[in-house]
Design a protein around this ligand. Structure first.
Ligand code: PXG
Length: 457
């Protein structure tokens, strides 16, 4: 089965250092220690090149919702590769795989969505979002409505426009961003809520959108774009008051409400899409990752019927297209993935059983720790907030170092968890069993305790 001979870890690391610039790291520092070399996965388990086993608590990068090693997805890819490995949706052409995928996808989505524009990634989904939203307002006779409002610390991808729409300032510093993008603050009560109750803070955070729209002029604002829960920016769940107020504001000022469901979609929260968990109705959904459980790249932009009708009936030529939009192999894998999530009752199980179990076990194990300020989460996603003082919600000055160390100890203990600023994030595959959840939670507790010991907290 191997297509290339196995080499030593040192050999892989030397070649890796010779040829790669990795994502979001100081490459020189990485070259000194060398990256871990992952070679195999099955379910939630990964093995590195030296045979060390890890329980993957991050679903790869929030994407392997079905876990590793699903032979039905392999078979779907293989059959499609043999039948028709590539064709496109240009030149008045379509193909069965993409048509079947869309029928299935829209049967799982709420009824007011009707059209998809497929991409290869979440970043591209958000690039397409910006172009499509601006085109929509042109078609509606309001071409001046082109400002996109995102959130500070939101993440929408690494391409130019997606970076601009996101709110990662250290990414903006690399420069070259697109114009007509604005930001409001994130609804991060633990850090910014002060003496307000979460509910009052949620309303205040949402009303920043209203203030910003009025400053910019509603006639110039095209859309508000946000993740239902903020993922890469710390797995932050907004207070319950937040989304209904955001929706009210968008409707009042005729601003499109766009949900980035790239990590929230496909069962993560125990519903098919995270916006359903948080109770709002976006006009568009950006999707990727869990659409194929990460087995092959695929993303897309989902449009409401209202938007699609305007674009189709009145829009004329839609001047956009990607070579791999609706790629048949990706579509075939997505079909197998969605069928498995649906027919094996995996999303329901996350909602009723494994999600509540993860949330309960984490709180039992860690909510009482003196340096864990809050445990947030829903379904198969959760975060722990490190704190210096629980009563005042004081954050450590070196919280990023503390959380990064905890993550490193997690690897030592044999689990993969992620850190962002002072938060530890867990987002295991949706197929996690109670035993796997127990192992993940128990080892997370060991990593937190060892971290507290190491820093003398
Ligand atoms: N939107 C959201 C909400 C994301 O989380 C993207 C768009 C971009 O998707 P692509 O497929 O272009 O990468 C993402 C990606 C992390 C991490 O460590 C998160 C992402 C990617 C890599 C790492 O949390 N999210």
């Amino acid at each position: 089965m191997e297509h290339f001979a196995k080499r030593s870890t040192q050999a892989y690391q030397a070649l890796d250092a010779a040829h790669h610039i990795h994502a979001f790291v100081d490459q020189k520092a990485l070259n000194e220690v060398g990256p871990r070399v992952m070679v195999k996965g099955d379910g939630l388990t990964l093995w590195d090149n030296d045979g060390k086993r890890y329980l993957d608590g991050m679903s790869g990068l929030w994407c392997t919702n079905l876990g590793y090693g699903r032979q039905d997805l392999v078979a779907a890819a293989s059959a499609q590769l043999a039948q028709l490995p590539y064709y496109n949706m240009f030149f008045h052409t379509t193909h069965p795989a993409v048509v079947e995928l869309s029928e299935l996808l829209f049967s799982l989505l709420p009824g007011h969505y009707s059209h998809a524009i497929y991409t290869n990634s979440g970043s591209e989904a958000n690039e397409v979002l910006i172009r499509t939203v601006r085109r929509y307002w042109q078609v509606m006779g309001k071409p001046e409505k082109k400002i996109m409002i995102g959130r500070w610390n939101g993440y929408h991808g690494s391409t130019l426009a997606a970076t601009a729409l996101g709110g990662m300032k250290f990414m903006h510093e690399m420069g070259g961003l697109i114009p007509d993008v604005a930001h409001i603050d994130e609804p991060y009560w633990y850090a910014h809520g002060g003496n307000l109750s979460p509910e009052a803070f949620g309303l205040q955070a949402a009303r920043q959108l209203e203030t910003r729209i009025l400053e910019l002029g509603a006639e110039n604002v095209a859309a508000f774009v946000a993740e239902p829960f903020q993922g890469a920016g710390g797995m932050i769940i907004p207070p319950a008051s937040y989304w209904p107020e955001i929706q009210r504001i968008c409707r009042q000022y005729d601003v499109l409400l766009c949900a980035d469901e790239v990590i929230g979609g496909f069962g993560r929260t125990g519903e098919w899409f995270a916006h359903q968990t948080f109770g709002f109705e976006p006009d568009t959904l950006s999707i990727a990752k869990g659409l194929t459980s990460g087995y092959v790249p695929m993303g897309g932009l989902i449009l409401s019927r209202r938007m699609a009708d305007a674009l189709v009936e009145r829009g004329g030529v839609f001047a956009h297209g990607l070579t791999y939009s609706g790629h048949p192999v990706a579509a075939a894998v997505a079909i197998a993935n969605l069928k498995a999530l649906r027919d094996e009752g995996i999303v329901e199980r996350v909602e009723r059983d494994t999600g509540p179990y993860l949330q309960r076990r984490l709180r039992e194990a860690l909510a009482g720790h003196p340096n864990v300020g809050e445990v947030q989460g829903v379904g198969m996603v959760a975060a722990l907030q490190f704190t210096e003082d629980k009563a005042s919600r004081k954050r450590f000055d070196n919280e990023s170092d503390i959380a990064w160390h905890c993550r490193t100890l997690g690897f030592e203990e044999g689990i993969i968890i992620r850190s962002t600023l002072g938060r530890m994030i867990l987002a295991p595959a949706l197929v996690a069993t109670h035993a796997e959840i127990d192992e993940l939670v128990d080892k997370t507790r060991v990593a937190v305790e060892r971290t507290a010991e190491h820093f003398g907290l």
